[in-house]
Structures are given as C-alpha cells and as structure tokens.
Write a protein that binds this ligand. Structure first.
Ligand code: C5P
Length: 222
C-alpha cells in the first residue's frame, strides 16, 4: 500500500499549490486530478462537442492529451466551466477513475507515496488515504487569487465576474449527484483565507506530517 495524501477543496482555495509543495516535501508523486477533467473538456470543445452531453464527454475522456496538462490554455474559466459540466457525468468519472487509482497505487517515480488534489479524492477515489485535507477560503479571497492568477497568465477579467463564476462552479460541484464536493468525515479542514502560501503550507504540514510519518514507520517495520 502506498502512502496517500488527499487534498480536496473549493476552486482557488490553494489546494493545488499545497498539494505540489507537500509532494516536494515528502518526495512523493503529485497529480492534479482537475487537469484530467479540464483536458477532457478541452477535447470536447475542440471536437465542437457539448460538454454536458454524455457521449461527447466520454469520447473526450477517452481522447485526453496528457502532454497538454501544463498548457496555460486549460486554466481558462471557459475550460473550468466546461470541466465542471463533464465532471457531473458518472460515465466520465468512471472513465477517469482507474487512471487516478492506478497513480495512487503505483506512484510514478517509484517513491513510497502520492499526493492528489481534486474534489473527491478523500471521499471516492481513495477513502482510505493516509491523510486528508479539505482546503477552503472565503469566496472573495479565492476570487482575488484566481483573478490575479488569470491576469498573470494574460487573461483580463472583471473581478466580480470571476467571483460569480467561482461561486457557480462550487455550487455545481457541491450539488451534483455523483461524487459531490464535500469534506470527508475524517478530513482536516484548512481555511487559507488569512494565510499566505508559506503559512498555509506550514499549517498543512502540521496536519498531515504525523500521519505520514507513522505510515512511513509502519512501512519500514512491515
Ligand atoms: O481543480 P480545477 O478547478 O482544475 O477543476 C476543474 C473542475 O473539474 C472542477 O470544477 C470540478 O468540476 C472538476 N473536478 C472534479 N473532481 C476532481 C477534480 C476536478 O469533479 N477530482
């Protein structure tokens, strides 16, 4: 069994950055599961399909181009919204589930563990994760972060539009019938509203470190 840190939470809560830093800290592999839904959405949009149509969306999930995971174009809000549509379709989630579970079971690079961030990692993809974080922040704070991030990538948007889109996407993610975004009962809540990235990372580390250290010791013994 590999060691798994599940990092779920709302859009622009800081979970992606925290997940990346936790992976670096422990020498674990990292996967941003949101990229899988964004890449599915890109495949659908480029094929002129409808992200809310099951057949189109499943075809998209089957034709993901993993090489584009780092492409800034997949970070746009248009793609984020389409990702939320494809993500509400059970057949799409099923099509992406094996990849994610396989990543966690056999972390690339051969290390002892993996960190995965998303919406359903601690609830559906890996309910037995070693450590689980649920990351959140006040909507206005998240909108400001997202607006800044978009500006730095060359997307110019009105901040109140970014806020409205974040709220709409969170509402859709929380109320969908399949794998809705929610805090797992055994996940630690981390509110990053008033924390800079270094303070948020220190708080995340304080929550997960004891669990990860115990699991590493168990592995050495076993
Ligand atoms: O995290 P990110 O904003 O890139 O995710 C884009 C969308 O993908 C989310 O709004 C959500 O609908 C979907 N998603 C999901 N389950 C995950 C990760 C992302 O449903 N594990």
């Amino acid at each position: 069994m590999s060691i798994v840190i599940a990092v779920d939470g709302t859009a622009a809560s800081g979970k992606g950055t925290l997940a990346k830093r936790l992976a670096q800290h422990f020498g674990f592999a990292h996967l941003d599961s949101g990229a899988l839904y964004r890449l599915t959405a890109v495949a659908v949009l480029e094929a002129k399909g409808d992200p809310a149509n099951e057949a189109d969306a499943v075809r998209g999930a089957q034709t993901i181009d993993f090489n584009r995971a780092g492409d800034p174009a997949i970070r746009s809000d248009t793609v984020g919204k389409a990702a939320s549509h494809v993500a509400a379709i059970p057949a799409v989630r099923n099509a992406l589930k094996d990849f994610q579970q396989n990543f966690l079971a056999h972390p690339p690079g051969g290390g002892p563990g993996a960190v995965m961030d998303g919406r359903d990692i601690g609830t559906v993809i890996c309910p037995t994760a070693t450590a689980k974080l649920y990351v959140d922040a006040r909507p206005e704070v998240r909108a400001r972060r997202r607006w800044t991030e978009l500006k730095n990538m060359g997307f110019r948007r009105a901040e109140q539009d970014v806020l409205a889109e974040l709220n709409a996407r969170d509402a859709a993610d929380k109320t969908r019938l399949v794998a809705p975004l929610k805090q797992a009962p055994d996940a630690d809540l981390l509110d990053t509203s008033d924390l800079g990235i270094d303070a948020a990372f220190a708080a995340a580390l304080a929550l997960v470190s004891p669990k990860v250290k115990d699991a590493l010791k168990d592995r050495q013994r076993g």
